[in-house]
Design a binder for this molecule. Structure first.
Ligand SMILES: Nc1nc2c(ncn2[C@@H]2O[C@H](COP(=O)(O)OP(=O)(O)OP(=O)(O)O)[C@@H](O)[C@H]2O)c(=O)[nH]1
Ligand SMILES: [Mg+2]
Length: 295
């Protein structure tokens, strides 16, 4: 049996001095060194990690970390080291504004060689008191690029293992097609919830037609849960309209102590009639078209 399930080449990029080597060494050897020894070309670290892939079991991942020199003078040769990488860390120094402002350059440099590999944005040196980049700024950038963001300290060890665990997860999920499976699962859930919504909305409407408003409210509330879960805006709007309408009817009924006159509206598409409180802009629960006041 192999000693690991995967061997992943990952790159660590970012301005000179942000702590790329310190992060790689902390992860691989569990130590931190204060002195700065600029990386010339590339340094290597190796470390194996057992990673739990949510719902899919454990994978033993061997990371081969290509920790590149961030200094400007290596910019011509650096992309040569990116070839074949399946993931990476883009690192800046929380106490160095310029290293944050330069991030776009790093994303571009990586993208030119590696097509769309999973990356993680890392704000390092979180242990220092004089940070000049706010968490919210970095989070906004990560959101824009749709990647995770972590704040780390190679000195204290903060988040170092978590970052590689996350990176490994992302790469495994891509390699095993689990990302696609998750998307399919989303799609399936969407379909299922739309169907549930439709059934409940229809039941609610039947109750409204029967003037059984309390029951109708119950179904509307249930239907709303599904519409909300998948952010089905039209569905939510329809339920809100119907609920308002029912509450109005109930209020009027209470005030008058009598039954409402029977007012109907019609859906020309579904050929159905619905009882309403008053003529207005009301949508059909079946096809979402506006109802008309005459058959
Ligand atoms: N306080 C603190 N210092 C750190 C941290 N990480 C790195 N350093 C220090 O920052 C300096 C630069 O760290 P390196 O890891 O060598 O930086 P690098 O990004 O590899 O730099 P290049 O190889 O030139 O691209 C060193 O003196 C480290 O000790 C950290 O998390 N906290
Ligand atoms: Mg280095």
């Amino acid at each position: 049996m192999s000693e690991y399930d995967y061997l992943f080449k990952v790159i660590v990029v970012g301005d000179g001095g942000v702590g790329k080597t310190a992060i790689a060494v902390r992860f691989a050897e569990g130590v931190f060194r204060d002195d700065y020894k600029m990386t010339i070309g590339v340094d290597f670290s190796i470390k194996t990690l057992d990673i739990q892939i949510n719902g899919y079991g454990m994978r033993r991942v061997k990371f081969q970390i290509w920790d590149t020199g961030g200094q400007e003078r290596f910019s011509y040769t650096r992309p040569l080291y990116y070839k074949g990488a399946v993931g990476g860390l883009v690192v800046f120094d929380l106490s160095n504004r310029r290293s944050f402002e330069n991030l776009d350059r790093w994303f571009t440099e990586v993208a030119e060689t590696c097509f769309s590999i999973p990356l993680i944005l890392v704000g390092n040196k979180a242990d220092l008191p004089d940070r000049v980049v706010a968490r919210s700024e970095a989070e906004a950038l990560a959101r824009e690029r749709n990647i995770p963001y972590y704040e780390s300290s190679a000195k204290s060890g903060q988040s170092i293992n978590t970052i590689f665990d996350k990176l490994g997860k992302l790469i495994v999920m891509i390699q095993e097609g689990l990302v696609i499976k998750e998307e399919e699962e989303e799609e399936r859930k969407h379909k299922e919830y739309i169907e549930k919504y439709m059934t409940l909305a229809d039941l609610a409407f039947q109750k409204i037609n029967d003037a059984n408003y309390q029951e109708a409210l119950k179904y509307l509330k249930e239907a709303y849960k599904y519409a909300k879960e998948i952010d089905y805006k039209d569905g939510k709007k329809w339920i809100e309209e119907q609920t308002q309408l029912i509450l109005k009817i109930l209020k009027q009924q209470q005030a008058m102590g009598t039954q409402q006159p029977e007012i109907y509206m019609y859906c020309a598409y579904c050929n159905r009639k619905y009882r309403v409180a008053k003529i207005g802009k009301i949508r059909c629960p079946k096809c979402n078209n506006y109802l008309s006041s005459s058959a």
